[in-house]
Design a protein around this ligand. Structure first.
Ligand code: 2BA
Length: 108
C-alpha cells in the first residue's frame, strides 16, 4: 500500500477530490499554505493499493490545472530580501505529488 500526498490549487481541489471519490478512492483534504507564495492550497492524502497509483496520477493530471501567478511582495520573506521590489511571475503546477510507502494501515 502507498499514500499519495498531492498538493493542488484550491480552485481545483473540489473537482479533484470528487473525481477521486467517484472512482472509489478514499481522500483526506488538508488546508495548507505554500511556503513561497504564502497563499492557500490544498493537500490531499490518498491511501491506496500500489497498482492504483497510476489511476490517481491520471485523475490529478486530468482535473488540476497549471497556471501562472504573480508573486506578491509577502513572498519576499521566502526568498530573502535581495528580491525586494522585483515583479515576477511563477508557474504553479496543477498538482505536485509524493508517493510514500505505508508500513501499516488499519481502521479501529
Ligand atoms: P508555493 O511554495 O507557494 O510555490 C508556488 C510556486 O512558486 C511553485 O509552484 C514554484 O513555481 C514557485 N516556487 C516555489 N518555491 C520556489 C523557490 N524556492 N524558488 C523559486 N520559485 C519557487 P509549484 O512548484 O507548482 O508548487 C506548488 C505548491 O506545491 C507550492 O506552493 C508548495 O506548497 C508545494 N510544493 C511544491 N514543491 C514542493 C516540495 N518539493 N516540497 C513541499 N511542497 C512543495
Amino acid at each position: 500500500m502507498k499514500i499519495i500526498v498531492a498538493i493542488v490549487n484550491n480552485d481545483d481541489s473540489a473537482i479533484v477530490s470528487s473525481a477521486l471519490t467517484q472512482d472509489g478512492f478514499f481522500v483526506t483534504k488538508l488546508s495548507t499554505t505554500g511556503g513561497f507564495l504564502m497563499v492557500g492550497n490544498t493537500t490531499l492524502l490518498i491511501g491506496t493499493d500500489d497498482n492504483k497509483i497510476d489511476r490517481v496520477k491520471e485523475i490529478l493530471h486530468k482535473y488540476s490545472s497549471t497556471h501562472k501567478q504573480h508573486v506578491p511582495s509577502s513572498a519576499s520573506f521566502g526568498r530573502g530580501l535581495h528580491k525586494d521590489g522585483v515583479s515576477e511571475e511563477v508557474t504553479v503546477n496543477g498538482a505536485t505529488f509524493f508517493v510514500l510507502n505505508v508500513e501499516e494501515f488499519g481502521k479501529l
